[in-house]
Write a protein that binds this ligand. Structure first.
Ligand SMILES: N[C@@H](CCC[C@H](N)C(=O)O)C(=O)O
Length: 346
């Protein structure tokens, strides 16, 4: 079997239009920064014994798979991941309706009967002056408002589509690696805007509030990074005031290997609860790639509930994020930044 950086899958020829379809304004792609772009091209050929031959970029055009266009009920897609939070990316720039339905997305995301992913992301035409918009369906087909790792993969995908990436070609492993940094905007704390039905207990914010579920009492802080998060430190390991580890259970996707908005929300909660410092040192912004070994990733997938990882990068701008009055996605000096490597799985 040959595996390339993109694949095709048959879909029903005529797709029903979504009734709740609307474009999500992301801010123009120019508001997304591409930090130290590094391209590692290769394509794996997997034989029956699963050995992998690496073909360098000199022998295959990295963008060639993106030249394919849908014909006759075939959907072309690319698989990207950020820290193991994986997505099926679809070039949907020629239509304001997603090329597949939410039900089809759920089938594609099935790890045994489909391609397998935490969600499907569509690169859509821009609206209201933006260059592009992104829509995403979770692996259960529901549609969230925002996705941190998804936005990073989306930015990388757009860069590939537009062929704007310039970088050195290095063959490393069966992955393309690039660091993509996104501006996550200002956290939303006002209870009704998160939204949560829990009443504000620190002004309008819900911080260390009691939440009773099935008779069990939890201590929670509610933070929105565009999508809502409920943080309880029963699921978080505070290694130091600058280093947290978390487990995540995502609405619509279950246990995932990483969650960008979740990591940012965690840091906000940790600072608000007095468990982590506000950081000012931006030098560290370029530090730290969260590489997992293949074995680690396989192990994490086997025991998804046991995995945890650091969200150190998110910690660095938290002081500014909490001080800033603006909620604009593009207000970088007072916003939270989330970055790490994004990989294209081949
Ligand atoms: N993993 C994402 C979040 C995806 C959306 C989430 N499942 C939801 O329903 O809000 C991230 O990296 O932020």
């Amino acid at each position: 079997m040959e595996i390339a950086a993109a694949s095709t899958v048959s879909v029903a020829p005529q797709l029903p239009r979504l009734t709740n379809a609307f474009s999500r304004k992301l801010g123009s792609v120019s508001s997304l920064s591409f930090g130290s772009l590094k391209r590692n091209y290769c394509v794996g050929k997997v034989s029956a014994s699963s050995s992998v031959d690496v073909i360098t970029a000199d022998k295959i055009s990295p963008a060639s798979f993106l030249d394919k266009r849908e014909t006759g009920g075939v959907l072309h897609f690319v698989k990207y991941h950020g820290l193991g939070n994986d997505f099926i990316l679809v070039d949907n720039r020629d239509s304001s309706e997603p090329k597949i339905t939410q039900e089809q997305a759920a089938k594609l995301c099935d790890r045994n009967f489909g391609v397998g992913a935490d969600g499907v992301i569509f690169a859509m035409p821009g609206v209201n002056g933006t260059d592009y918009t992104m829509r995403i369906f979770n692996s259960d087909g529901s549609e969230p408002e925002m996705c941190g790792n998804g936005v990073r993969c989306f930015a990388r995908f757009i860069a590939e589509l537009e062929r704007t990436c310039k970088g050195k070609t290095v063959v490393l492993t069966a992955l393309w690696v690039v660091q993509v940094k996104v501006d996550m905007g200002i956290p939303i704390l006002k209870a009704q805007d998160v939204p949560t039905k829990l009443p504000g207990n620190k002004g309008e914010a819900v911080i260390q509030a009691e939440l009773v579920v099935d008779g069990v009492s939890w201590n929670v802080t509610c933070v929105s990074m565009g999508n809502p998060h409920c943080i309880t430190f029963e699921f978080v390991e505070v290694l130091s005031r600058s280093h947290l580890k978390m487990r995540v259970w995502e609405r619509g996707a279950g246990a995932t290997l990483a969650c960008g908005t979740g990591a940012c929300a965690l840091v906000v909660a940790a600072v608000l609860e007095g468990r982590a410092n506000r950081f000012r040192d931006t030098d560290e912004m370029h530090g730290g790639s969260a590489w997992r070994t293949i074995r680690d990733r396989v192990e994490a997938r086997r025991q998804p509930y046991l995995h945890d990882w650091s969200c150190r990068s998110c910690l660095l701008r938290i002081s500014a994020a909490l001080r800033g009055p603006s909620r604009s996605m593009t207000c970088r000096p007072s916003s939270l930044l989330f970055f790490w490597d994004v990989c294209v799985v081949v």
